[in-house]
Design a protein around this ligand. Structure first.
Ligand code: NAD
Ligand code: G6P
Ligand code: MN
Length: 449
């Protein structure tokens, strides 16, 4: 009989929690759980989700011990895995991250450009706190972190918690690979063996083969060149704004027809198009608050009222099964090949060894072993050097409480046209984030003699 595991989901009040709980409950044969806890620092928000999760667990696996708490000791004691998806500042701050840059005609996005930088400055402290709770109360546990902006959070963990057992992971490549599999008519993305490299939300596929080693890239490229990542007979239509993103991949792909791009590159290659299609008064944060957040909280309320999920529309987040794959790889030493955000350390030969890069890794009991990428072309190298410098400067700015470094980070972002605009945006962001960022000291210019 396999051991069964104890898990805490940090950010229990997240809109993704019910789908992930259902997904965990659907995978109990492969990954048995004896205890599931939710942790959040917003009790009221978490309780609404927890009430529904309690019903779901009672219906499907009543032997699982369930608990929701805001007490770190209770949450982080005796756990094997911490699954972390917190959003420091919640959607109210995401809305400002998106709307402030747009005021100046600059991309307003959750993880890219000035919005992602602002979010990073909030997330670093929150994620480090979770790591410290884990190491205090369950020193042998692993943290699977998908709190955003993952690139900046990963760099912060590398700098500030270098020996901690934290793995940073993103679902965007998985979402795109699901679409590639549909384009090819395959039953699952797991039929494909991929090579990929880049930074988080900033990467490229260089090879996709089937299990027999046959090259699948030409067929995918032909499709992406015409339709982007929109499969002909799409199984489930994405929301309109996501549909635009998958369509835009057609233009993003044209920059380098030797590879297939991550969709997030659209914000760096076509920032003006992104600004033009944005509504500065109603951004993605508003869409999510009106859509996913209302829906999930409404459904949870119904489940609690009926004490039954029979009429619930909440679906298993099947696509989040990569979280189980990762936990299983660590627990059972499966050697599964997965894309993770890890320290480069020579994996990409001609790139900063200290950069946090997203590459395929073999994952086992002792963590990830990255698969060598080799040398990368000048185009990608140039873009990645610029972007990784943005991410490193943000972390340096947070550590040193440096206004100057944060201004440099914004100026260096491919999404920002010049240093003056960078400063205007930064000054607004400083004001908006004063409850979340460390106070920044502005470097005084040398007084003239
Ligand atoms: P959400 O706002 O619905 O949920 C986040 C929760 O985190 C909230 O309940 C909030 O109270 C809680 N929280 C905030 N700060 C906290 C702290 N310091 N300690 C404990 N709890 C805290 O957000 P969401 O849209 O469900 O997204 C959750 C997170 O997952 C975000 O960071 C999002 O960017 C990320 N995400 C990542 C991926 C990926 O690919 N890596 C995919 C989807 C979502
Ligand atoms: C993808 C990315 C995540 C990001 C999310 C935003 O899943 O990989 O990192 O948080 O999209 O989705 P949303 O629906 O909140 O705009
Ligand atoms: Mn992501």
């Amino acid at each position: 009989m396999n051991k069964s595991y104890s898990i805490v989901i940090a950010g229990g009040g997240s809109t993704f929690t019910p789908g992930i709980v259902l997904m965990l409950l659907d995978n109990l044969d492969d990954f048995p759980i004896s205890r599931l806890k939710l942790y959040d620092n917003d009790e009221e928000r978490q309780n609404k989700i927890a009430g529904a999760c309690e019903v779901l667990i009672k219906e499907r696996a009543p032997y699982i011990e369930f608990l929701a708490t805001t007490d770190p000791k209770e949450a982080f004691s005796e756990v094997d895995f911490v699954m972390a998806h917190i959003r420091v500042g919640k959607y109210a701050m995401r809305e400002l991250d998106e709307k402030i840059p747009l005021k100046y005609g600059v991309v307003g996005q959750e993880t890219c450009g000035p919005g992602g930088i602002a979010y990073g400055m909030r997330s670093i402290g929150g994620v480090l706190e979770l790591i410290d709770f884990m190491e205090t109360y369950s020193p042998d546990a692993w943290m699977l972190n998908y709190s955003n902006p993952a690139a900046i959070v990963a760099e912060a963990t590398r700098r500030l918690r270098p020996t901690s057992k934290v793995l940073n992971i993103c679902d965007m490549p998985i979402g795109i690979e699901d679409r590639m599999a549909q384009i090819l008519g395959l039953s699952s993305r797991k039929e494909m063996i991929v090579r990929y490299y880049g930074l988080n939300h900033f990467g490229w596929w260089t090879s996709i083969c089937d299990k027999a080693g046959n090259d699948l890239m030409p067929a995918i490229k032909e499709h992406v060149g015409k339709f982007g990542y929109i499969p002909k007979n799409e199984q489930e239509q994405a929301e309109a704004s996501w549909n635009d993103t998958f369509k835009k991949a057609r233009e993003v792909y044209q920059l380098d027809p030797d590879t297939l791009p991550n969709t997030y590159l659209q914000y760096y290659f076509y920032p003006d198009d992104m600004v033009k299609k944005s509504n500065p008064d109603f951004t993605r944060a508003n869409e999510v608050m009106e859509g996913r957040e209302k829906f999930i909280f409404g459904e949870c309320e119904k489940i609690v009222r009926a004490q039954s999920s029979a009429d619930s529309q909440i679906k298993i987040d099947d696509h989040a099964s990569y979280i189980v794959d990762l936990a299983r790889a660590l627990a059972y030493n499966t050697g599964e090949r997965m894309l993770l955000i890890v320290e480069n350390n020579g994996t990409i030969e001609n790139f900063d060894p200290t950069a946090m890069v997203e590459v395929p890794c073999i994952v086992g009991k002792n963590g990830p072993e990255p698969i060598t990428v080799g040398r990368i072309p000048q185009f990608q190298k140039g873009l990645m050097e610029q972007q990784v410098s943005v991410e490193k400067l943000v972390v340096e700015a947070w550590i040193e409480k440096s206004y100057q470094k944060l201004w440099q980070a914004l100026t260096l972002s491919q999404t920002v046209p010049n240093a003056r605009t960078a400063k205007l945006i930064l000054d607004d962001l400083v004001e908006a984030n004063k409850d979340y960022w460390p106070p920044l000291a502005e470097k005084k210019l040398q007084p003239s003699l």
